[in-house]
Design a binder for this molecule. Structure first.
Ligand code: SAM
Ligand code: SF4
Length: 473
């Protein structure tokens, strides 16, 4: 694969990041409060302002940052939380990422790649759990999982139905590739292209990626440029928190977002905040930058304030009790009922494999079922959403941001969230989840200020009860 060097990584200015961190060390409370006041306007923060917040260690000031994040999250996203599930296609990998269970030389896992029939079956199981969005995941292996395999798998997922339902949006998390291959993904109708930077710190990046195509920092760091050049409007970036100093990483992530906005007119559609977890053959004692829960909450709150219009994605790497709190601080999308093994989804009561295989990438910390996660989101007063309307109506990249920034999209999102959640409650929820879910819908309906829209939502809810599906703006 010829690697074009059209884009530079000069935008990750390490010297500048260190300078911001040095300049803002131990900030005056008055300066911190000034930045918090600016953050509450929900217009985002500059890297230097963000650095001020990242330096805060005082409990009282930290509580004020959390309060501001809750306020901004509520204003921009209301109480919606978008739900998705990962679908692992293949764990063959030619890279050597020191933190990952899939790395090439790891003998502790069984290598597996799903056939198209198996993908259809996994998809049916996910549909029958009530999912509408999946994120496909694969190790990097041009021989075992080439782009043709990924494209065929996407087509299989979109084509698969169970009853009258199907997966409506396939997001893709595969290794950095060429503009030509990103064009093929775009043509395959993917939702978001997801790629985690892992670490923006060049020296750490080199150390944790000792071999394989992913070792090329410049190629990896400019992947989103190539994806956007290929016409993929929604890209999702992320840091694997725990590899290097989280303060450095958050500032570098902001530089990345600003660079994409400068070149392509839209920053990342979403930011993921995976945290390093135990994995087969990975000793966490070798990673000195692991984050405490307190640091991690701080990171989530500060990203929410610095990039108010980017979705914030949380996975089942986090424990149930932490996930509820993190939603309030700014998370807008989360995975539920996840399995990080290849072919790991099973029907309730289905037979376990005769031979115990270990195929998962890392350890999941939230083992609740999809229905249990949905119920607990409702219990804390939030509204699970299965909406895929923007992507299906072509509202991506700059078009999405044009609607989102003046706040014009919020009531439509709420309307679509209510309708898709109603479908979930009718088609898949347990009786307990349905009961509490109906309360959340009633409560959220009452917050739609525009009377015409509220009545329209009520009328559509009745149509869904009468059996119609997939109605959206
Ligand atoms: N192989 C592709 C790649 O590396 O970009 C696709 C995605 S990989 C299956 C998904 C992500 O899992 C990686 O980007 C990495 O951040 C994350 N991951 C790997 N090992 C992990 C661990 N031990 N704990 C938490 N996340 C991990
Ligand atoms: Fe392979 Fe991705 Fe794991 Fe690295 S993080 S070893 S590229 S699956």
């Amino acid at each position: 694969m010829a690697r074009s060097r059209k884009y530079s990584t000069a935008f990750i200015d390490e010297a500048k990041i260190h300078e911001w961190l040095k300049k803002t060390g131990n900030p005056e409370p008055a300066r911190v409060r000034e930045v918090i006041a600016k953050a509450r306007e929900a217009q985002g923060l500059s890297p230097e302002e963000t650095a001020v917040l990242l330096q805060v260690e005082d409990d009282e000031l930290l509580a004020e940052i959390f309060a501001a994040a809750r306020e901004v999250k509520e204003r921009i996203y209301g109480r919606r939380v978008v739900i998705f599930a990962p679908l692992y296609l293949s764990n063959y990998c030619i890279n050597s990422c020191t933190y990952c269970g899939y790395r090439r030389r790891n003998q502790e896992i069984t290598r597996r790649k799903l056939s198209q029939e198996e993908i259809a079956e996994q998809t049916r199981i996910l549909i029958d759990m009530g999912h509408k969005r999946v994120a496909i995941e694969a190790g990097e292996d041009p021989r075992m999982a080439p782009i043709e395999y990924i494209l065929e798998s996407i087509a299989t997922i979109y084509r698969t139905t169970s009853g009258r339902n199907s997966i409506r949006r396939v997001n893709v998390n595969i290794a950095a590739t060429t503009v030509e291959e990103y064009r093929l993904l775009k043509e395959a109708d993917i939702g978001t292209y997801i790629l985690f930077q892992e670490t923006y710190h060049r020296e750490t990046y080199r150390r944790v990626h000792p071999a394989g195509p992913k070792a090329d920092y410049d190629w990896h760091t400019t992947a989103m440029h190539r994806a956007m050049e290929a016409g993929i409007g929604d890209v999702s970036v992320g840091v694997l928190f725990g590899l290097y100093d989280y303060r450095f990483e958050v500032l570098a992530l902001l530089l990345h977002a600003a660079e994409l906005e400068r070149v392509f007119g839209a920053g990342p559609h979403a930011v993921s905040v995976p945290r390093l977890r135990e994995a087969a053959g990975v000793d966490l004692n070798n990673f000195p930058y692991l984050l405490s829960n307190r640091d991690f909450r701080k990171v989530v709150a500060i990203i929410r304030l610095a990039l108010p219009y980017a979705g914030l994605i949380l996975s089942t790497r986090e424990k149930p009790e932490d996930r509820d709190e993190l939603i309030a601080l700014g998370v807008s999308q989360m995975s539920a009922g996840s399995c990080t093994g290849v072919g790991g989804y099973r029907r309730p009561g289905g037979e376990e494999k005769a031979v115990e295989e270990r195929t998962e990438q890392f350890t999941v910390h939230d083992n609740r079922s999809h229905d249990e996660v949905v119920r607990s989101i409702c219990r804390v007063g939030y509204l699970p959403s299965y909406c895929t309307a923007c992507y299906r109506s072509g509202r991506t990249g700059p078009d999405f941001m044009r609607l989102a920034k003046p706040g014009r999209i919020q009531e439509l999102c709420l309307h679509n969230a209510i309708l898709t959640f109603k479908e979930y409650l009718l088609d898949y929820a347990s009786p307990q989840t349905r009961a509490i879910g109906e309360e959340v819908i009633a409560q959220q309906l009452s917050t739609i200020a525009d009377e015409k829209l509220r009545l329209l939502t009520q009328e559509r809810l009745q149509r869904i009860e009468a059996g119609e599906r997939d109605i959206y703006f």
